[in-house]
Design a protein around this ligand. Sequence first.
Ligand code: NAD
Length: 356
Amino acid sequence: MSESTQKITAPAPSDLAYVPFVSVENMLRLVHHVGIEAMLAELVDYIEEDFRNWESFDKSPRVASHSRDGVIELMPTSNGAVYGFKYVNGHPSNMREGLQTVTAFGVLARVDTGYPVLMSEMTVLTALRTAASSAMVARHLAPRGARVMAMIGNGAQAEFQALAMRVVCGIDRLQLYDIDPIATEKMMRNLAESGLELVACTSPEQAIEGAQIITTCTADKRNATILTDNIVGAGVHINAIGGDCPGKTELHRDILGRADVFVEYTPQTRIEGEIQQMPADFAVTEMWQVLNGKHAGRVSDSQITLFDGVGFAIEDFSALRYVNDRVRKAGLYQNLDIIADPDDPRDLFGMIRRAG
Ligand code: NAD
């Protein structure tokens, strides 16, 4: 079990007033320090470990504030010893302004004192954890020996998805499609030296031809139909992660009717996932049940398995836990002075007086 599953690395009492902060710069250093594929593989293990301990976590659908252009969300959870939350937005129209669709930061805290012990950028970390979650699921559901993945939507998340599927599932050929060819060119450029065989496609049909894993990761705030039922063959694993908000889906509902659907946390996915298109009693399986042997995963070569991934708080908790373990050892953080800590805990006012 990793260090911080039940407790987080405890800071010395004299350090409690300072909260280690992982900036974007230090997150990028951490990725280079560990190596991106090694980091993705390690994140998969942290996420899987927390999913196996699913029943010990507080769980609730994330708190979402929707607007015409997007959504701002808070994603809290706790395992009784450690508490974590992420702030994240999703604004598909941001790209037109030269801004990210998704940005995030997060906090870990001790439950016994309530003191925060880590604050971190999570825009880069979300891309890593989303890819690690997809790969963790595919490791259990994708057809054995899968070599080819279709990647539909070649935006900010896409390269991470590709590398995680390579390191965890052994994917060695990627068939790419995006309505914007510039996105596909960017992805081809970024992965040119990865050793992956890269094929740019001009339609979703071409991209999914011969693929055993189909990842959809597009951003559009509507009920889109990235995949129609007639183009999806038997036996594939669909990793549908772009639809993650009410009114924002990617798959034709008939695909859901043909597939076995796997989710993170059902109450949240019914609101945000592909299954929002289906009746409220539509049968799904939560991934932790597959990991703990309570429910079957893939049972036949012809079965379509579908991960309706929306992103759940426990994945962020795992990612923050991983970063907390890693950055403390590597010293890749700055101390933030965000906890007022008077010598006499009751004399907060005196602290102001003395500062004057
Ligand atoms: P992005 O804006 O950087 O990229 C999205 C890409 O989708 C763009 O290149 C766009 O051209 C393409 N696209 C839009 N409509 C398309 C269509 N019909 N066919 C093919 N391509 C199309 O966004 P991103 O950061 O890569 O995120 C992608 C999606 O994933 C977003 O909707 C985001 O909310 C979601 N997301 C989900 C999770 C999760 O945990 N499930 C995590 C992060 C992001």
